[in-house]
Design a protein around this ligand. Structure first.
Ligand SMILES: Cc1ncc(COP(=O)(O)O)c(C=O)c1O
Length: 387
C-alpha cells in the first residue's frame, strides 16, 4: 500500500494526550520523541485544539496572491521572537533549506559569476530533496542520487583548519546546524563559530543556520543561536513551529532581506491561514520568558537524572545536546537502534541518531514526574541489554 521508504516499528497510534501516545490496542506510551522535536506542546494541547477548530470555521486556505490575517500575525510573532526582519513560510524543513540555498546562490551571483560555492558540514542533515541532499554530509543519503547540484563542498564539523583551507571568495554561503540533530547532537565549538564569523566577513559570504531541529525554544532560548556570538543572515525553521501541522520558515536579516524579488519563489500552501494560525498559537506559548525558563529547568533536571543513571550504567559514554535537545551516546558494545527497540517494548518512545546516540526529546511541556517515569524504564533497558 505505502511506498516502502520507512523502517517502521510495529505500532499503530490512534490518539495522543500531552506526553502520552495511545495505540490501537489501548496501550499507553511515554513519548520522548515528540515527532522528532515537532510536538513542542505535546499532543492535543487545548490551545492548539481551540485554534484549529476556530480556524477551520473561519478560513483554511487562500492563495498567496492575497494577504491573509493569520500569516501576518504569525510573521509578526516569529520576527518579534527571533529578532529577524523578513520571513517566508513554506511547508517543511527541507523546503526552508531549499529557499536558503536559492538566496545563497542569487546573493553570490550578484557579486561575481564564480561566487556560487556552498560549504556544508560532514554528518549534517538538511533534508531529502535533491537540493538539500547536496549539502547533507552523509554518504548513505547522497550515494544513489549523484550527480547532485554542483559546487557544494564538505567540511568536517568543528575542524577549524579545514574550514580555513576551504573558505575563499567563491563561497556564497556556509550552511550548518549549530547543534547537529540527526548527526548525533554535537554542538559547534566556540572556536568554530568564531572562525565562521571571521571568514564569512572576510570573504563576504552568507551564513545559514539550520535550526529546524535545535531552534524554537528546545534549547531554552528561542533560537539556539541566541546563545552564540554569531547571528546568521538566514535561519531555517520547521518542526516545532507548527507543533504538528506542516509549516516551515526561512527568516532573514540585513543583506539577505532583499535578494529575492517577486517571481523568484513561491508555494501554494506555504503560510496558509490554517498552519499560520496554529504557528501563532504555538509561538505565543513557547517563546515567553517563563516557558523558556521552564525548558532550562527541565533540561537541568533531566540531565541530573541521566547523570545518575550514567553512574549505574557506564555504558552511557556521554550525555549530549543542549536544553531539551538532549540525548546520550552509548559505548560501542550497545547499539542505539537496539536500545530504542527495547525501550519501545517497555512503552517508552526514543529515537536513535548518528554516532550511536539515543535522543531523549520530550515535549517542551514535560514535567519532573514524566522525566522520573522514564528513569526506571531506561534502567531496565540497560539491565536487559547487558544480559
Ligand atoms: C536539522 C534538520 N534540517 C532539515 C530537516 C528536514 O526537515 P523536513 O523533514 O521537515 O523536510 C530536518 C529533519 O529532520 C532536520 O533535523
Amino acid at each position: 500500500m505505502l511506498l516502502n521508504v520507512y523502517n517502521r516499528f510495529p505500532v499503530n497510534f490512534v490518539k495522543g494526550e500531552g506526553l502520552t501516545l495511545i495505540d490501537d490496542k489501548g496501550d499507553r506510551y511515554l513519548d520522548f520523541v515528540s515527532g522528532i522535536a515537532v510536538n513542542a506542546l505535546g499532543h492535543a494541547h487545548p490551545k492548539m485544539v481551540e485554534t484549529i477548530q476556530k480556524q477551520a470555521e473561519t478560513l483554511l486556505h487562500v492563495s498567496n496572491l492575497y494577504y491573509n490575517e493569520a500569516q501576518n500575525k504569525a510573521a509578526e510573532k516569529l520576527l518579534e521572537a527571533t529578532k529577524y526582519e523578513r520571513v517566508f513560510f513554506c511547508n517543511s524543513g527541507a523546503e526552508a533549506n531549499e529557499l536558503a540555498l536559492k538566496i545563497a546562490r542569487k546573493y553570490g551571483k550578484g557579486i561575481s559569476p564564480s561566487k556560487n560555492v556552498i560549504l556544508y558540514m560532514k554528518n549534517s542533515f538538511h533534508g531529502r530533496t535533491t537540493g538539500t541532499l547536496a549539502v547533507t554530509g552523509q554518504e548513505k543519503y547522497q550515494a544513489d542520487y549523484r550527480p547532485l547540484i554542483p559546487n557544494t563542498v564538505e567540511v568536517e564539523f568543528n575542524n577549524v583548519a579545514e574550514l580555513k583551507a576551504k573558505f575563499n571568495d567563491d563561497i556564497c554561503a556556509i550552511i550548518l546546524e549549530p547543534v547537529q540533530g540527526e548527526g548525533g547532537l554535537a554542538s559547534a565549538s566556540s572556536e568554530f563559530i568564531a572562525e565562521i564569523k571571521a571568514l564569512s566577513e572576510k570573504h563576504n559570504s552568507l551564513v545559514i543556520f539550520d535550526e529546524i531541529q535545535c531552534g524554537l525554544s528546545r534549547t531554552g532560548t528561542v533560537l539556539y543561536s541566541d546563545q552564540l556570538p554569531l547571528k546568521a543572515d538566514v535561519v531555517t525553521l520547521a518542526k516545532a513551529l507548527g507543533g504538528g501541522v506542516p509549516i516551515g520558515a526561512c527568516i532573514t536579516k540585513g543583506r539577505a532581506n532583499e535578494i529575492l524579488v517577486p517571481g523568484d519563489h513561491g508555494s501554494t500552501y506555504g503560510g496558509n491561514p490554517f498552519v499560520c494560525s496554529v504557528a501563532y498559537t504555538v509561538l505565543s506559548e513557547i517563546t515567553t520568558p517563563e516557558f523558556l525558563a521552564n525548558v532550562r529547568k527541565m533540561s537541568d533536571y533531566a540531565r541530573q537524572k541521566l547523570s545518575e543513571l550514567q553512574v549505574k550504567h557506564p555504558e552511557i559514554e556521554e550525555i549530549r545536546g543542549q536544553g531539551l535537545l538532549l540525548g546520550f551516546k552509548l559505548k560501542e558494545n550497545l547499539a542505539a537502534g537496539d536500545f530504542v527497540k527495547k525501550a519501545l517494548e517497555h512503552k517508552l518512545l526514543l529515537v536513535a541518531a548518528g554516532g550511536n546516540v539515543v535522543r531523549y526529546f520530550p515535549a517542551l511541556i514535560v514535567t519532573e514526574k514524566e522525566i522520573d517515569a522514564t528513569i526506571p524504564i531506561l534502567d531496565q533497558v540497560f539491565t536487559e541489554m547487558k544480559k
